[in-house]
Design a protein around this ligand. Structure first.
Ligand SMILES: [Zn+2]
Ligand SMILES: [Zn+2]
Length: 301
């Protein structure tokens, strides 16, 4: 902007427009487009001669495409058709260039990817089945919420001695929500029974699978047996009450699980589709068939 308030074009040095609107530059771009198209055509003409080179044709065409896009940006006119480009057509043109970060197909983004939508459906159903099995398995171990379970564990005992001790644990709760097809086990939160009245309960709380709890309980009994002591006092409550809806997982209720399984952050590899869905095997195949999605998956018929 000069003192008089009119702009000067940095391309043609005339006043009254800037470079972005410069008619001379616009014409220049059109000329370059046409020149490259002619050069590509000339290369193609020489198709039977030895000096014809596919690479040359491609090079002229890619240059022409660049100038075509620049011209569209400036004038909204597509030199290939001579017609005005609508916003919708312009968007379609742009979308041709995007690649989906999930399935790596061109022409759409992850946000609207049908592949990730289907894979999520499969994951949720796989997780529902994993939960049925995990629940049945954990319930059969006979340790439920409210149980008092002596277990062998490594840490500090009441006498401030470090080592492996028998410690009475109170089973506080179940980590229901993390259970899915990728983490198909139920975990319990359990705490030192002597610290039940302590204000900082989190410090005394651990998380273990019910399997590990059962095993550590058996270790405590075995240990007493080798010392010819009577088994440590236990009070096992076998019931496990699952929360309502836990066996009917939905996209909503599994939001955190889906975020872990289908991350949208991290590196390109993390965000991309994993092999378990690209080339499904075993129970994944069964689930795909039961959902009627086989036509969309490799290896599934
Ligand atoms: Zn100009
Ligand atoms: Zn996709």
């Amino acid at each position: 902007m000069s003192w008089s308030g009119t702009v000067t074009c940095s391309y043609c040095y005339q006043r009254g427009h800037n470079k972005r609107k410069c008619p001379q530059l616009t014409e220049q771009i059109k000329g370059k487009y046409e020149g490259n198209m002619l050069a590509a055509a000339a290369e193609r003409e020489r198709v039977n001669q030895e000096e014809t080179n596919e690479q040359n044709i491609k090079w002229y065409e890619s240059r022409a495409e660049e100038y075509r896009q620049q011209y569209i940006k400036r004038t909204k006119i597509d030199l290939a058709t001579g017609e005005k480009v609508t916003n919708k057509a312009a968007k379609a043109e742009r979308m041709k260039k995007v690649t989906c970060g999930y399935c790596k197909e061109r022409g759409h983004t992850r946000r609207v990817c049908a592949v990730v939508k289907r894979d999520k459906q499969v994951f949720i159903e796989e997780s529902r089945r994993a939960r049925v099995a995990a629940f049945e398995h954990a319930a059969n171990l006979g340790i439920g919420v409210g149980s008092m379970v002596p277990i062998r564990l490594t840490g500090w005992n009441a006498a401030q001695e470090y080592g492996t001790h028998t410690n009475l644990r109170y089973v506080k709760s179940v980590d229901w929500d993390t259970c899915d097809s990728n983490r198909p086990k139920l975990f319990a939160y359990h705490m030192d029974a002597r610290k039940l009245g302590a204000p900082d309960q989190a410090r005394h709380t651990s998380r273990d699978s019910f399997d590990n709890l059962r095993k550590a309980h058996q270790d405590a009994r075995d240990h007493a047996f080798t010392l010819e002591q009577k088994p440590p006092m236990a009070s096992l409550i076998p019931t496990l009450d699952m929360p309502a809806g836990w066996l009917q997982p939905t996209e909503q209720s599994m939001k955190a699980n889906l975020q872990r399984e289908f991350p949208t952050t991290g590196n390109e590899y993390n965000k991309a589709r994993n092999w378990g869905y690209k080339y499904p095997e075993g129970t994944t195949i069964e689930v795909i068939k039961d959902l009627g999605l086989q036509e969309h998956y490799e290896n599934v018929s």
